[in-house]
Design a protein around this ligand. Sequence first.
Ligand code: 1GP
Length: 245
Amino acid sequence: MPGVYTGLMEARRKNPLLMALIDPEKYSPNAAAHIASVLDDSSFHAILVGGSTAIWQSKVDDVILAMRKETVKPIIIFPGSISNLSPRADAVLFMSLLNSDSTYYMIDQQFLAAPVVKGMGLEAIPTAYVIVGEGGTAGFVGRARPVPEDRPELAAIYALTAGYLGFRLLYLEAGSGAKKPISPSFVEIVRKTSPIPVMAGGGVKTAAQVYELFDHGADVVVVGNVLENPSEANKLIQGLKALRT
Ligand code: 1GP
Protein backbone atom coordinates (compact mmCIF):
# COMPACT_ATOMS: atom_id res chain seq x y z
CA MET A 1 0.00 0.00 0.00
CA PRO A 2 1.55 3.37 -1.01
CA GLY A 3 2.05 6.02 1.64
CA VAL A 4 -0.30 8.98 1.94
CA TYR A 5 2.03 11.40 0.12
CA THR A 6 2.69 8.94 -2.71
CA GLY A 7 -1.03 8.21 -3.07
CA LEU A 8 -1.88 11.90 -3.24
CA MET A 9 0.82 12.60 -5.80
CA GLU A 10 -0.49 9.74 -7.94
CA ALA A 11 -3.95 11.32 -7.78
CA ARG A 12 -2.39 14.70 -8.61
CA ARG A 13 -1.25 13.35 -11.98
CA LYS A 14 -4.92 13.16 -12.99
CA ASN A 15 -6.34 16.23 -11.26
CA PRO A 16 -5.30 18.94 -8.84
CA LEU A 17 -6.18 18.06 -5.28
CA LEU A 18 -8.78 19.32 -2.85
CA MET A 19 -8.36 19.14 0.89
CA ALA A 20 -10.89 19.93 3.60
CA LEU A 21 -9.68 21.44 6.85
CA ILE A 22 -11.54 20.45 10.00
CA ASP A 23 -10.64 22.43 13.11
CA PRO A 24 -11.22 20.08 16.07
CA GLU A 25 -11.99 23.07 18.27
CA LYS A 26 -15.02 23.89 16.16
CA TYR A 27 -16.52 20.42 15.63
CA SER A 28 -18.09 18.01 18.10
CA PRO A 29 -17.41 14.35 17.25
CA ASN A 30 -20.97 14.10 15.87
CA ALA A 31 -20.56 17.15 13.67
CA ALA A 32 -17.17 15.86 12.50
CA ALA A 33 -18.71 12.48 11.65
CA HIS A 34 -21.40 14.20 9.63
CA ILE A 35 -19.01 16.34 7.59
CA ALA A 36 -16.75 13.30 7.06
CA SER A 37 -19.62 11.33 5.56
CA VAL A 38 -20.46 14.26 3.28
CA LEU A 39 -16.79 14.57 2.25
CA ASP A 40 -16.49 10.83 1.67
CA ASP A 41 -18.97 11.17 -1.18
CA SER A 42 -17.29 14.22 -2.72
CA SER A 43 -14.34 15.27 -4.86
CA PHE A 44 -12.17 15.98 -1.81
CA HIS A 45 -8.99 13.91 -1.72
CA ALA A 46 -8.04 14.23 1.94
CA ILE A 47 -9.10 15.72 5.25
CA LEU A 48 -6.75 17.93 7.23
CA VAL A 49 -7.32 18.20 10.97
CA GLY A 50 -5.91 21.11 12.93
CA GLY A 51 -5.94 24.75 13.85
CA SER A 52 -3.60 27.51 14.93
CA THR A 53 -4.26 27.41 18.64
CA ALA A 54 -3.41 24.61 21.06
CA ILE A 55 -5.97 21.96 21.84
CA TRP A 56 -5.89 18.96 24.13
CA GLN A 57 -5.04 15.79 22.37
CA SER A 58 -8.03 13.68 23.43
CA LYS A 59 -10.33 16.12 21.60
CA VAL A 60 -8.30 15.62 18.41
CA ASP A 61 -8.45 11.84 18.93
CA ASP A 62 -12.24 11.91 19.39
CA VAL A 63 -12.83 14.01 16.28
CA ILE A 64 -10.61 11.79 14.12
CA LEU A 65 -12.13 8.57 15.47
CA ALA A 66 -15.61 9.87 14.68
CA MET A 67 -14.58 10.81 11.13
CA ARG A 68 -12.75 7.54 10.59
CA LYS A 69 -16.01 5.61 10.82
CA GLU A 70 -17.49 7.69 7.99
CA THR A 71 -14.70 8.03 5.44
CA VAL A 72 -11.89 6.14 3.80
CA LYS A 73 -10.15 9.35 2.72
CA PRO A 74 -6.74 9.99 4.27
CA ILE A 75 -6.82 12.01 7.49
CA ILE A 76 -3.79 14.23 7.86
CA ILE A 77 -2.86 16.34 10.87
CA PHE A 78 -2.29 20.03 10.08
CA PRO A 79 -0.70 20.94 13.39
CA GLY A 80 -0.76 24.31 15.08
CA SER A 81 1.31 22.79 17.84
CA ILE A 82 2.48 19.51 19.28
CA SER A 83 -0.87 19.16 21.09
CA ASN A 84 -2.61 18.74 17.70
CA LEU A 85 -0.97 15.36 17.08
CA SER A 86 -2.94 12.13 17.20
CA PRO A 87 -2.03 8.50 16.51
CA ARG A 88 -5.48 8.08 14.93
CA ALA A 89 -4.45 10.05 11.84
CA ASP A 90 -2.69 8.63 8.79
CA ALA A 91 -0.06 11.32 8.37
CA VAL A 92 1.04 14.75 9.53
CA LEU A 93 2.08 17.79 7.55
CA PHE A 94 5.43 18.10 9.29
CA MET A 95 5.59 21.85 8.84
CA SER A 96 8.13 24.55 9.31
CA LEU A 97 6.89 28.14 9.18
CA LEU A 98 9.64 29.54 6.98
CA ASN A 99 8.73 33.20 7.37
CA SER A 100 8.41 33.22 11.14
CA ASP A 101 10.62 35.52 13.16
CA SER A 102 10.76 32.83 15.83
CA THR A 103 12.85 29.67 15.68
CA TYR A 104 10.11 28.07 17.79
CA TYR A 105 7.85 27.81 14.72
CA MET A 106 10.69 26.97 12.35
CA ILE A 107 12.56 24.17 14.11
CA ASP A 108 12.22 24.07 17.92
CA GLN A 109 8.70 22.69 18.05
CA GLN A 110 9.54 20.22 15.27
CA PHE A 111 12.47 19.02 17.40
CA LEU A 112 10.08 18.35 20.27
CA ALA A 113 7.47 16.75 18.03
CA ALA A 114 9.70 14.41 15.99
CA PRO A 115 9.92 11.59 18.56
CA VAL A 116 6.17 11.89 19.20
CA VAL A 117 5.40 11.59 15.47
CA LYS A 118 7.65 8.53 15.31
CA GLY A 119 6.05 7.00 18.40
CA MET A 120 2.57 7.56 16.98
CA GLY A 121 3.56 5.91 13.70
CA LEU A 122 2.45 8.89 11.64
CA GLU A 123 3.77 9.42 8.12
CA ALA A 124 5.58 12.78 8.21
CA ILE A 125 5.13 14.90 5.07
CA PRO A 126 7.81 17.63 5.08
CA THR A 127 5.89 20.83 4.39
CA ALA A 128 7.16 24.40 4.06
CA TYR A 129 4.56 26.80 5.43
CA VAL A 130 4.59 30.40 4.22
CA ILE A 131 2.17 33.08 5.42
CA VAL A 132 0.94 35.57 2.83
CA GLY A 133 -0.91 38.87 3.31
CA GLU A 134 -2.98 39.36 6.44
CA GLY A 135 -2.15 35.84 7.65
CA GLY A 136 -4.94 35.64 10.25
CA THR A 137 -4.45 33.69 13.47
CA ALA A 138 -1.71 31.51 11.94
CA GLY A 139 0.32 34.62 11.14
CA PHE A 140 -0.27 36.16 14.57
CA VAL A 141 0.49 33.04 16.56
CA GLY A 142 3.40 32.04 14.34
CA ARG A 143 5.07 35.45 14.59
CA ALA A 144 5.17 35.61 10.84
CA ARG A 145 6.58 38.35 8.68
CA PRO A 146 3.95 37.77 5.96
CA VAL A 147 4.88 38.00 2.32
CA PRO A 148 3.06 41.08 0.96
CA GLU A 149 0.26 40.20 -1.46
CA ASP A 150 1.90 42.25 -4.19
CA ARG A 151 5.29 40.53 -3.85
CA PRO A 152 4.78 36.99 -5.19
CA GLU A 153 8.41 36.89 -6.28
CA LEU A 154 9.38 36.72 -2.58
CA ALA A 155 7.16 33.69 -2.08
CA ALA A 156 8.70 32.18 -5.23
CA ILE A 157 12.10 32.46 -3.57
CA TYR A 158 10.68 30.66 -0.53
CA ALA A 159 9.41 27.95 -2.90
CA LEU A 160 12.88 27.51 -4.36
CA THR A 161 14.43 27.50 -0.89
CA ALA A 162 11.92 24.89 0.30
CA GLY A 163 12.66 22.67 -2.70
CA TYR A 164 16.40 22.92 -2.17
CA LEU A 165 15.96 22.08 1.52
CA GLY A 166 14.04 18.92 0.62
CA PHE A 167 10.50 19.87 1.60
CA ARG A 168 7.86 17.98 -0.37
CA LEU A 169 5.02 20.51 -0.25
CA LEU A 170 4.79 24.30 -0.11
CA TYR A 171 1.71 25.66 1.68
CA LEU A 172 0.82 29.28 0.89
CA GLU A 173 -1.44 30.43 3.72
CA ALA A 174 -3.63 33.53 3.60
CA GLY A 175 -5.01 32.67 7.06
CA SER A 176 -8.18 30.88 8.01
CA GLY A 177 -11.17 33.11 7.32
CA ALA A 178 -9.12 35.56 5.23
CA LYS A 179 -11.32 38.12 3.48
CA LYS A 180 -10.07 36.88 0.13
CA PRO A 181 -7.93 33.98 -1.01
CA ILE A 182 -4.36 34.35 -2.25
CA SER A 183 -4.72 35.76 -5.75
CA PRO A 184 -4.49 33.32 -8.66
CA SER A 185 -1.75 35.43 -10.27
CA PHE A 186 0.29 35.19 -7.04
CA VAL A 187 -0.04 31.40 -7.10
CA GLU A 188 0.85 31.32 -10.80
CA ILE A 189 4.12 33.18 -10.25
CA VAL A 190 5.10 30.94 -7.34
CA ARG A 191 4.17 27.80 -9.26
CA LYS A 192 6.41 28.70 -12.18
CA THR A 193 9.44 28.68 -9.86
CA SER A 194 8.47 26.04 -7.33
CA PRO A 195 10.22 22.67 -7.63
CA ILE A 196 7.61 21.17 -5.29
CA PRO A 197 3.78 21.02 -5.31
CA VAL A 198 2.06 24.22 -4.17
CA MET A 199 -0.90 24.26 -1.78
CA ALA A 200 -3.04 27.37 -1.34
CA GLY A 201 -5.49 27.99 1.50
CA GLY A 202 -7.26 30.66 3.47
CA GLY A 203 -10.44 32.48 2.48
CA VAL A 204 -11.52 30.10 -0.31
CA LYS A 205 -15.31 29.87 -0.27
CA THR A 206 -16.62 29.02 -3.72
CA ALA A 207 -16.08 26.41 -6.42
CA ALA A 208 -15.25 29.24 -8.85
CA GLN A 209 -12.37 30.33 -6.58
CA VAL A 210 -11.11 26.75 -6.37
CA TYR A 211 -11.18 26.34 -10.16
CA GLU A 212 -9.42 29.66 -10.66
CA LEU A 213 -6.59 28.64 -8.32
CA PHE A 214 -6.31 25.29 -10.11
CA ASP A 215 -6.25 27.06 -13.50
CA HIS A 216 -3.33 29.14 -12.26
CA GLY A 217 -1.30 26.14 -11.16
CA ALA A 218 -2.25 25.36 -7.56
CA ASP A 219 -1.60 21.66 -6.98
CA VAL A 220 -3.73 21.59 -3.83
CA VAL A 221 -6.47 23.93 -2.60
CA VAL A 222 -7.57 23.81 1.04
CA VAL A 223 -10.97 24.93 2.31
CA GLY A 224 -11.98 25.08 5.95
CA ASN A 225 -14.38 27.71 7.25
CA VAL A 226 -16.93 27.39 4.48
CA LEU A 227 -17.58 23.76 5.45
CA GLU A 228 -18.96 24.92 8.80
CA ASN A 229 -22.00 26.38 7.04
CA PRO A 230 -24.10 23.45 5.72
CA SER A 231 -25.74 25.29 2.82
CA GLU A 232 -22.47 26.91 1.64
CA ALA A 233 -20.67 23.59 2.05
CA ASN A 234 -23.29 21.83 -0.03
CA LYS A 235 -23.08 24.46 -2.77
CA LEU A 236 -19.28 24.14 -2.84
CA ILE A 237 -19.33 20.33 -2.93
CA GLN A 238 -21.91 20.27 -5.74
CA GLY A 239 -19.89 22.84 -7.68
CA LEU A 240 -16.78 20.69 -7.44
CA LYS A 241 -18.36 17.46 -8.67
CA ALA A 242 -16.94 18.01 -12.14
CA LEU A 243 -13.51 17.19 -10.69
CA ARG A 244 -14.54 13.62 -10.08
CA THR A 245 -13.90 12.37 -13.59
C1 1GP B 1 -6.48 27.72 7.04
O1 1GP B 1 -5.82 27.51 4.78
C2 1GP B 1 -6.72 27.06 5.73
O2 1GP B 1 -5.30 27.31 7.60
C3 1GP B 1 -8.17 27.16 5.32
O3 1GP B 1 -8.66 28.48 5.43
O4 1GP B 1 -10.71 28.27 6.83
O5 1GP B 1 -10.39 30.27 5.35
O6 1GP B 1 -10.90 28.03 4.37
P1 1GP B 1 -10.26 28.78 5.50
